[in-house]
Design a protein around this ligand. Structure first.
Ligand code: ADP
Ligand code: MG
Length: 242
């Protein structure tokens, strides 16, 4: 179980998220939703200890998460990754194995098998020699999905994985999510649209600086909650523009 208690983050004295508390059970795909600037990425980074928090206790299996970051795979928003960095698809995924192998030892045959399986799983094996900057948005997202698989983590965080990806990639991502769920992993997925794909999630956290709702699709995606979180942009939502 992942437990987050009273998480708060300020940027230069201004509150970005406040008093966020929730618990998640294994074997769930959890959607993190809320308008732009709601603090979704901030919450994920704070849970992972990538940015400092004002307060908050994060536990996984009753122990501090920061002492077991090996259990975590994180795929940031695609826009935050430096795609000009000169490296290949293969190397990006192999790097995920470094924490298993250590920096100064060569990667084991087993690690290479795991990388190969991950690339095959997302349909990127044939492009393994390609520079990452020469891939489409969907292909880039699949490389980072493979990288997260190669980490053999228990907790997975994906920040807006569906932005700028094609339908084929979207289908592969959801297939992999289902696999991970059936293996008892916990997946936290920052989403941006509230359309049909919301059916693929087991529960939602609706955020706008505070946690506005937490529960099943029917409990969270209600007119009242959406109005609370999105305010006036709720009109756009009804028109299907969000
Ligand atoms: P979301 O991911 O939901 O769109 P973010 O977590 O990126 O929201 O941002 C939440 C708020 O914090 C926004 O108002 C954003 O401008 C602000 N913010 C995000 N990162 C920083 C930062 N590094 N420094 C200052 N303010 C930031
Ligand atoms: Mg974000």
């Amino acid at each position: 179980m992942l437990e987050v208690e009273h998480l708060a983050v300020n940027y230069r004295g201004i509150s970005a998220i406040a008093d966020v508390s929730f618990c998640l059970e294994p074997g769930q795909i959890v959607g993190i939703i809320g308008p732009n600037g709601a603090g979704k990425s901030t919450m994920v980074k704070a849970i992972l200890g990538l940015i400092p928090s004002e307060s908050g206790i994060i536990r996984y299996r009753s122990r501090a998460l920061k002492e077991q970051l090996k259990q975590v795979a994180y795929v940031p928003q695609r826009s935050q990754i430096d795609w000009d960095y000169p490296t290949t698809v293969w190397n990006v995924v192999l790097m995920a194995r470094t924490r298993h192998t250590g920096w100064f030892r060569s990667h084991s045959r087993q690690s290479k098998e795991i990388v190969k399986a991950a690339l095959e799983r997302v349909g990127m094996w044939s492009l393994r020699e390609r520079q990452i900057g020469e891939l489409s948005g969907g292909q880039q997202q699949r490389v980072f999905l493979a990288r997260s698989l190669a980490q053999e983590a228990e907790l997975f965080f994906f920040d807006e994985p569906f932005v700028g990806v094609d339908k084929k990639t979207e289908a592969i991502i959801f297939e992999v999510f289902e696999d991970l769920k059936s293996q008892g992993k916990i997946l936290l997925v920052v989403g941006h649209d509230l359309g049909e794909t919301t059916r693929k999630y087991d529960r939602f956290l609706l955020l706008n600086k505070q946690l506005i709702a937490n529960g099943s699709r029917n409990e969270v995606i209600t007119a009242t909650n959406i109005q609370k979180a999105y305010g006036d942009s709720v009109i756009l939502l009804q028109r299907g523009e969000i």
